[in-house]
Design a binder for this molecule. Sequence first.
Ligand SMILES: Cc1cc2nc3c(=O)[nH]c(=O)nc-3n(C[C@H](O)[C@H](O)[C@H](O)COP(=O)(O)O)c2cc1C
Length: 173
Amino acid sequence: MLDVIECIKQRRSIRTFLPRPVSKETIEKVLDAAILAPSAGNWQSWRFYIVLNEALRQELAKAASDQEFIAEAPVVLVICAEPGRAEHTYGERARELYCLQDTAAAIENLMLAAHAYDLGTCWVGDFDEAVVMNLLKIDAQYRPIAVAPLGYPNENPNPRWRRPLREVIEYRE
Ligand SMILES: Cc1cc2nc3c(=O)[nH]c(=O)nc-3n(C[C@H](O)[C@H](O)[C@H](O)COP(=O)(O)O)c2cc1C
């Protein structure tokens, strides 16, 4: 198994997939890693939809500004936040912030785990929330945060440029 730093360094957004299927066991190993993410008050304000149906995958790609590579993957995950889940404990901050942070942390975990299991993913944020909710009959208590195709990669992209560390950090000593 990859060292976590190596895994972080090697992960890339993958936008071309092999037709090879991904077993439910492997999908669930990836999601088992997702649900180990930290969350506010451990309320775990997330939910995962696993789309295998090809027609639905095509519709999801359409709902995501026709990003066709999404449907090429044998699995498409739709990762949702549950804004009301921790509201009784933390109020508006839970609705507007914590549920998104919880879910984003879970998404990053699942992307890293996917890479560790030789799978590829891409975080897709450009999609029509209402259309996705309607397609998957997602209950109104959830909000789709990301669409993530999941499959065996058919490309090995170079690392994308990052802003240098010096540009994004400030010490207070
Ligand atoms: C919030 C968010 C939204 C994104 N939306 C899209 C998207 O709609 N389509 C896409 O192809 N990539 C999308 N990406 C992936 C980024 O383009 C990618 O992470 C970035 O270019 C860095 O490349 P890397 O992931 O290979 O390091 C998104 C990433 C994030 C975090």
